[in-house]
Design a protein around this ligand. Structure first.
Ligand SMILES: NC(=O)c1ccc[n+]([C@@H]2O[C@H](COP(=O)([O-])OP(=O)(O)OC[C@H]3O[C@@H](n4cnc5c(N)ncnc54)[C@H](O)[C@@H]3O)[C@@H](O)[C@H]2O)c1
Length: 335
């Protein structure tokens, strides 16, 4: 909703593109981004116009230039244990049929880029495409999750259409799962992901790069986030929290080249904080002549706008990757 609301205001010139990192640097204008479809599994949203859903969160957006009706997605337990009454295509059909339905609907909507922003889930990557195809063939609804279904459907859609990108901003391995990267490569698709780093994590990454540039040796990193929105509530489920931990923790070795001991996790739910999460970072490092320095950073960051701004870039980068036929994944975007 925040992405849709902010994009609408950008298109109308009502706001500056603050929080959009590549704002004016890409050859695609904000006005060229069109939202052709929307999917959810929440009965309170399905069947409504997107504008009706968005206005529940953003009262300053009354109309949308593109206003699709929210269609039914696949559920597969995505919002289990959350205060949401959910339904999914797979309630009345097999996984294969649900995938065919999605591909058929997407072929009519004709998106260049499909974006996955489902609730964080507990998930096991596939690693190879045969395992994924077998689980779908066997209608194994306990093995495949909704984002994995969307990503797979995205590759079939891309094959049928001759190209499509899949942007995954949740911590389910898609762009990092060889099964999906191979499928994307072979089907004119490009996947970005996984997870959208928007709060403490990009800050930690920037500080680690700074320390690496100055040849300071990082001894340890502690970083946590506490928030009060639905996603943080979902993360009170240990399996879901683990998924975030995987995608966040990889930055330490990626940037430093060694795995400094670290604790980087979305750590807790505190309802009064709402969407404005509390982040805290503590980094100890060795400087010249064995001195130990410490950095401590804390802040409050509006969670949804931080991701919404990134999405404005990611959908445009997805389209650019397609134009350039960069199939599979584009690692610098993921990192
Ligand atoms: N700054 C950020 O907000 C941020 C940063 C990085 C990653 N993410 C990730 O983005 C995702 C969304 O975050 P949010 O704060 O918008 O969460 P949210 O709970 O507010 O919204 C998620 C929406 O997805 C819907 N949904 C859940 N499962 C679905 C499915 N299987 N198919 C279709 N729709 C489904 C929910 O009903 C809800 O409308 C989370 O996985 C989160 O980890 C968010």
């Amino acid at each position: 909703s925040t992405f849709v609301a902010g994009l609408e205001k950008l298109k109308k010139g009502e706001i500056e593109p603050y929080g959009v990192p590549l704002a004016g640097e890409l050859p695609i204008d904000f006005k060229d981004i069109r939202i052709v479809g929307s999917y959810d599994v929440d009965r309170a949203k399905i069947g409504k116009k997107l504008s009706e859903v968005v206005s529940q969160y953003w009262c300053d957006v009354n109309s949308l230039s593109d206003d699709p009706v929210v269609s039914t997605g696949v559920h597969l337990g995505s919002v289990k244990n959350l205060p949401i009454e959910a339904e999914g295509l797979e309630d009345s059909m097999t996984l294969k049929e649900a995938i065919e339905r999605l591909v058929d609907e997407w072929s009519k909507l004709d998106p260049d880029v499909i974006v996955n922003t489902c609730t964080t889930e507990a998930v096991k990557p596939f690693g190879n495409k045969e395992e994924l195809l077998k689980a779908i063939e066997n209608n194994d609804k306990g093995r495949v999750t909704a984002p994995q279904v969307y990503a797979y459907a995205g590759t079939l859609y891309a094959k049928k259409r001759g190209g499509a990108a899949f942007v995954n901003v949740i911590p389910t391995y898609i762009a990092n799962d060889p099964a999906f990267v191979e499928l994307a490569k072979g089907n004119n698709s490009c996947g970005f992901g996984d997870d959208g780093a928007t709060g403490g994590t990009p800050f930690t990454a920037d500080v680690l790069s700074h320390l690496a540039q100055r040849n300071r040796y990082v001894k340890d990193v502690a970083q946590f986030n506490i928030g009060g929105n639905m996603d943080f509530f979902a993360l009170t489920d240990e399996g879901k929290n683990k998924s975030k931990e995987f995608t966040k923790s990889s930055i330490v070795k990626d940037i430093l080249g060694y795995d400094a001991p670290h604790y980087i996790k979305p750590t807790g739910y505190l309802e009064p904080l709402g969407d404005k999460k509390f982040i805290a970072i503590h980094i100890e490092y060795t400087s010249f002549n064995g001195a130990t320095d410490e950095l401590m950073i804390s802040g409050r960051i509006n969670d949804s706008p931080a991701l919404g701004g990134l999405l404005v870039d990611l959908v445009r980068l997805g389209k650019i990757a397609l134009n350039r036929k960069e199939y599979g994944t584009v690692y610098p975007v993921n990192a």
